[in-house]
Write a protein that binds this ligand. Structure first.
Ligand SMILES: Nc1ncnc2c1ncn2[C@@H]1O[C@H](COP(=O)(O)OP(=O)(O)O)[C@@H](O)[C@H]1O
Ligand SMILES: [Mg+2]
Length: 234
């Protein structure tokens, strides 16, 4: 017989109190909790292709308050991390920098935000929302600085600097902030690796419409995908 048995595992730890409180809150709404899934893993499930997961890929779900990272290799989880910075911090900086209410800053970011590296904006160009106006150039510059910083933070979370060997398939960006115009181009230019936008592969779910193809639904689709698969098999 053999003398050695090795196993490589990925352990996800969480504060028991936080998890129990979360479950209590969900049960309070009358919904039973079937399972707990770490957010980056659900999002990865929804937006990555089997080829990417086999080759090696970094997935970053840039949502409202957190950026959720998953690195997959040889079809398995290699690393996960959560950065407490995402879209809301971008809006917060616009709000402070341009002296605008948060809600107006959020709308302007979504409507006029553009981080395309080659974009040249006229100094005089103004954007308007609900009676508030701001310089389009200032708006885009604030968003761009914050996003560039976020890209740096993503790289710092990756357990090696040899990104090319770790993740030949590059970086897949998803989450609501992946809708930002020019994000993929900026990522390619700052990170110098293949970057694509990840949309939930909702075509696999029977009866689900194109509405869920928005990157903002990556986590949600990732949570229901295994359920639909089990149903097909069983
Ligand atoms: N078109 C857009 N441009 C820039 N940011 C966007 C756009 N659409 C949504 N967002 C941002 O996406 C974030 C929400 O992402 P989402 O994945 O829904 O959040 P979470 O998963 O954290 O609940 C918000 O900060 C919002 O401003
Ligand atoms: Mg999300």
């Amino acid at each position: 017989h053999g003398t050695r048995l090795d196993v490589e595992t990925h352990i996800i730890a969480a504060s028991v109190t936080s998890v129990q409180n979360l479950i209590k809150c969900v049960r309070g709404t009358g919904i039973e909790v079937e399972d707990l899934v770490l957010k980056p893993l659900a999002s990865a499930e929804a937006v990555l292709t089997p080829e990417e997961m086999e080759a090696g890929v970094i997935m970053a779900d840039i949502g409202g308050d957190t950026t959720d990272i998953a690195v997959l290799r040889q079809g398995a989880i290699y690393h996960t991390a959560i950065i407490p910075a995402a879209g809301c911090q971008v809006t917060g900086d616009i709000s402070i920098g341009l002296a605008l209410p948060f809600k107006i800053a959020e709308e302007m970011k979504k409507k006029y935000g553009n981080v395309t590296p080659s974009l040249e904006l006229d100094e005089a160009a103004q954007v308007e929302e609900d009676g508030h106006s701001a310089s389009c150039r200032d708006l885009c510059q604030i968003i761009r600085s914050r996003i560039e910083e976020l890209f740096e933070l993503i790289l710092l979370e990756i357990p090696t600097t040899d990104y090319r060997s770790l993740a030949p398939a590059g970086l897949v960006l998803t989450g609501g902030t992946a809708n930002l115009t020019g994000l993929v181009e900026l990522g390619r230019s700052v990170l110098r690796m293949p970057v694509r936008k990840g949309q939930p592969l909702s075509a696999n779910i029977y009866g689900v419409t194109d509405v869920l193809a928005d990157p903002a639904f990556a986590t949600t689709v990732g949570l229901i995908l295994p359920q639909t698969r089990n149903r097909e098999e069983g």
